[in-house]
Ligand binder design. Structure first.
Ligand code: AMP
Length: 389
């Protein structure tokens, strides 16, 4: 299904553009405002309840909105998709829409917003008052509706920005030009499917080196929870201080710390093609967490690459690193190296099974020169991506 929401203040031109969009993409149009107006005309219960609120420019309650949307969805069970206009209008309604679409096993693909400055909105709405007989297009009500928009509706944009499906478009200009910009935004949003890779392998497998090279090569963002934690530690931040005792022992830090760091990084990286996770997930719980984090972005794990290196080789590499300035505190003693390898075996290997079941797990030989391994990894990732596309 293709589901789009058209967003913007009253008078932005949502109704006009909607007609064009629904035709182009063969969508069922759901304008909560239009539906409510026809309920009022028909004198139904909902209409009678909504009438005074609409005439004052306030928002009608969510229960009514859910009732009319559910009904429209039910009456169009063969729809190729929906075009929402005037909904979601509050953060609560954004969650409601998530739930409604989840029930249909789908989600909102794109929210396109029409930007128009307030003075022009007022001008347009007052003009509309002469053409259509809308009781809410008087100056006093218009001002109130714009205030309601600013206070309650505008924050909805952030909800979809975080999901990376929000696009704002200049709503001033020729109708055809605006339409072209809208369809460009919709189509670029559909093309933009994030691909995400998890790099796996025992300590010393080369995940850090290869992860960064791979990210550069494929224009992805490298997310290493360990590297981020070391930065926090170095700058003695609150997170760093909380994580310090765990890191010094070479054990896994509490999950909420890792989540905080990953979310921050994801939110800074909306232009990326996707993410390469290194050192996360390390446990089954973290595998569920990663699914949850990515689901929030309408995406998921595409492939898990396990860099295979014999145990003796990893010990050798960790011991070599301990002699360089890249040495980590836990590289310095044999018992710590052994403890980390053991922790990897007991806690991390079950994660392999998790991804094997989902057919996302691929092993890659981690022996050879840096370049050989990089080529092997990037080929594997590109193949996995093709598989998805
Ligand atoms: P519209 O046609 O979208 O400008 O909506 C006209 C009026 O209908 C609004 O000012 C609200 O009173 C009411 N309305 C429309 N959609 C909603 C919604 N999603 N939630 C609450 N009230 C709505």
């Amino acid at each position: 299904m293709l589901n789009i929401a058209l967003f913007g203040p009253p008078g932005a031109g949502k109704g006009t553009q909607s007609k064009l969009l629904m035709e182009k993409y063969n969508l069922v149009y759901i304008s909560t405002g239009d539906i409510l107006r026809s309920e009022i005309k028909a004198g139904t219960d909902i209409g009678n309840k909504a009438k005074t609120i609409i005439e004052k420019g306030g928002l009608v309650d969510d229960e009514m909105i859910v009732t009319i949307i559910e009904r429209t969805i039910r009456n169009n069970d063969d729809a190729a998709g929906f075009l929402f206009d005037g909904f979601p209008r509050t953060l609560v309604q954004a969650y409601i829409l998530e739930g409604l679409l989840l029930k249909l096993n789908t989600s909102l693909n794109c929210m396109v917003a029409l930007d128009v400055p307030n003075d022009m909105l007022k001008e347009r709405l007052l003009k509309r008052a002469d053409l259509e007989d809308r009781k809410d297009d008087t100056e006093v009500v218009i001002n109130f509706r714009l205030k309601e928009y600013e206070n309650k509706t505008a924050p909805v944009a952030n909800f979809y920005k975080e999901k990376n499906v929000f696009h704002a478009i200049n709503g001033i200009g020729e109708l055809d030009d605006i339409f072209k910009h809208l369809t460009n935004a919709i189509e670029s949003s559909l093309e933009k499917v994030w691909q995400n890779v998890v790099l796996f392998g025992p300590p010393g497998a080369g995940k850090g080196t290869q992860g960064q090279l791979l990210a550069e090569k494929l224009n992805m963002v490298y997310i290493s929870t360990g590297a981020m934690l070391r930065q926090e530690l170095k700058h003695k931040t609150e997170i760093g201080m909380k994580a310090a005792p765990y890191m010094e022992k070479g054990t896994i830090v509490p999950d909420e710390i890792a989540i905080q760091l990953i979310e921050k990084k994801i939110n800074e990286s909306h232009d990326a093609n996707g993410f390469i996770f290194k050192g996360f997930p390390r446990t089954i719980v973290q595998a569920y967490i990663l699914d949850g984090l990515l689901r929030k972005l309408n995406t998921g794990v595409t492939a898990v690459l396990d860099i295979k290196v014999p145990t003796l080789e990893s010990i050798k590499r960790l011991s070599q690193r301990s002699k360089t300035d890249m040495a980590r505190s836990y590289d310095l003693a044999t018992d710590l190296i052994v403890a980390r390898l053991e922790e990897f075996e007991t806690k991390t290997l079950p994660v392999v099974e998790y991804y094997q079941k989902q057919k996302k797990y691929i092993t890659v030989d981690g022996m050879g020169t840096e370049e050989q391994i990089l080529n092997r990894l990037s080929e594997t990732v590109e193949n996995a991506f093709k598989h998805v596309w």
